[in-house]
Write a protein that binds this ligand. Structure first.
Ligand code: SF4
Ligand code: SF4
Length: 351
């Protein structure tokens, strides 16, 4: 089967999966860490992670596909984030996590996995029972990827490959086909480095390589559907969808390769004042094919209001005043907070 596995990996590379590895569908090695994470409530309001059905499946991949004999883990690179700009003024632009500044990966990667399955079926000349996921199934993806030899789980909780860094999407194909498992990646290349822990604005990186999601900017700006806790708003800076900081400071990303052409985005960062005037139609038009649509307009404009408050820039006051008339109470509340922040800072400076 080694020859077949190599053929599959070569085809995977042609399809844009720049890393690929195989593992057995055995229980993931860090499942107990995940259970502990849930028990601590670090998943916040992501209740879909804690349902009995999802936990049973996460604990044992064979619950997803009983006939599964191997899991192919694949990685697709996205573009590195733009360097952090100077300051937070209204001209500095809002920041969107790099993976989300292009076409939604859910629109692209599944079709590639489907094509890879068809290729495998051609090779073995039989139909293959399969399931494939990219960030959509009850799977401990990084755990399986580590066991498939793709990289190690860094202190920032990301999967890191020593040659490719961590800017990539992880996907899996469950197959009723035996493939020789790759050697698990056992070396921890974080060593004594603590850059990500030091740089994280909300101190949410935990010692066991997990995050307290309830404090992570990615959670606060994407998954959280309600008000952002007041004590965390200033720490969000100008991130309006996700956060890349703990990856940007990671030395293993210094030589990260260019992203897959399907996920390249060269548009300049938009000024935040303009973002706060997006109508529902304009928001849909602009973001319907990108991951930002997940936050919906009410979440995105909430985040933009916070980012504007963090600029401390009085030029942002007119659009914030205007947002006090928005139909959405959450946007109005965060605009009010932003106005107070800017006024507070202005009066501190005048003193
Ligand atoms: S994504 Fe941002 S907030 Fe979340 S752990 Fe990384 S640096 Fe911290
Ligand atoms: S910044 Fe340092 S500690 Fe954090 S994930 Fe990268 S290598 Fe590991």
């Amino acid at each position: 089967m080694t020859g077949l596995k190599q053929l599959i990996k070569d085809k995977a590379r042609q399809l844009g999966f720049f890393l690929a590895g195989a593992t057995l569908p055995n229980p993931p090695p860090h499942y107990s860490t995940f259970e502990h994470w849930l028990a601590q409530g670090h998943h916040g309001n992501m209740n879909y992670l804690a349902t009995e059905k999802a936990r049973v499946r996460r604990a044992n991949p064979r619950e997803i596909l009983p006939e599964c004999k191997s899991i192919l883990v694949l990685a697709t690179p996205y573009d590195s984030p733009l360097p952090l700009g100077e300051g937070l003024g209204v001209r500095a632009g809002v920041r969107v996590a790099s993976y989300a500044r292009a076409e939604d990966y859910h629109n692209i990667i599944p079709a590639r996995m489907e094509e890879l399955v068809r290729f495998i079926e051609e090779q073995v000349q039989r139909p293959i029972k399969n399931r494939y996921y990219t960030d959509t199934g009850p799977i401990l993806e990084r755990d399986l990827a580590q066991r498939a030899g793709i990289g190690w789980i860094g202190k920032n909780s990301c999967l890191i490959n020593p040659k490719q860094g961590s800017y990539f999407f992880i996907s899996e194909i469950f197959l009723d086909l035996e493939l020789e498992p790759d050697t698990p990646f056992v070396t921890d290349h974080c060593g004594t480095c603590t850059r990500c822990i030091t740089a994280c604005p909300t101190d949410c990186i935990l010692p066991n390589r997990t995050l307290d999601a309830t404090r992570c900017i990615s959670y606060l700006t994407i998954e959280l559907k309600d008000d952002i806790p007041v004590e965390l708003r200033e720490k969000i800076g100008n991130w309006v969808f996700g956060c890349d900081i703990c990856q940007m400071v990671c030395p293993w990303n210094r030589f990260a390769p260019e992203g897959d052409p399907a996920f390249l985005d060269k548009e300049p960062l938009p000024p935040p004042t303009g973002e706060l005037t997006l109508t529902p139609q304009a928001f849909n038009q602009r973001f319907k094919r990108t991951p930002v649509s997940r936050a919906k307009r009410r979440g995105y404009l909430r985040n933009v209001a916070v980012a504007l408050g963090n600029t401390g820039d009085t030029h942002a006051l007119p659009v914030l005043q205007n947002a006090l008339n928005d139909d959405e109470p959450m946007i109005r509340n965060h605009a009010q907070w932003a106005i107070e922040q800017i006024n507070k800072r202005a009066s501190e400076q005048s003193l």
